[in-house]
Design a binder for this molecule. Structure first.
Ligand SMILES: [Zn+2]
Length: 151
């Protein structure tokens, strides 16, 4: 597949696409704030058949990723606040930022949870432009029947 057809990494990450083909959606519902379906994922990618949950308890590690994402968001909002509104030791603007940032993190929580799963899966599953002719990524390619048994 020519490089120009390769979907952009950041775009596929932000739109929560399968890391292997960058085409199939990782989540059933497009809207992360549909809270009943926030973390509802298909068993496998509808486009390339890549399993999303690579082992039992696979998503536990996303807790660390979402922590890192929340820190990154806080740093970004801190800098934005500093540039746009400014901060001083003589007034309450810093505490306003604390409050606004806390609300921001709560509102963004469903999206952060999804993004963390997308980032986490991208650690383990590489993009494969030739996905139609290759095998899906699993933790143990020697025993390819492993996932078939589980399903
Ligand atoms: Zn896929």
């Amino acid at each position: 597949m020519p490089a120009k057809d390769k979907p952009n990494y950041w775009w596929s990450l932000l739109t929560m696409k399968c890391p292997r083909c960058r085409k199939g959606p990782m989540f059933v519902s497009h809207n992360p704030w549909n809270l009943k379906k926030t973390l509802k994922m298909p068993e496998r990618c509808p486009e390339c058949n890549q399993p999303y949950k690579l082992e039992v308890g696979f998503w536990y590690g996303t807790g660390y990723v979402s922590y890192a994402v929340m820190i990154a968001l806080s740093v970004a909002s801190f800098i934005a606040w500093w540039v746009i509104i400014g901060m001083s030791v003589n007034d309450n603007r810093f505490f306003w930022w604390l409050g606004v940032n806390a609300v921001l993190l709560i509102v963004l929580q469903p999206w952060v949870m999804r993004l963390s799963r997308a980032i986490y899966l991208n650690f383990f599953v590489r993009y494969d432009g030739n996905y139609k002719n290759t095998n899906v990524t699993t933790f143990d390619s020697g025993t390819s029947g492993y996932y078939e048994k589980e399903n």
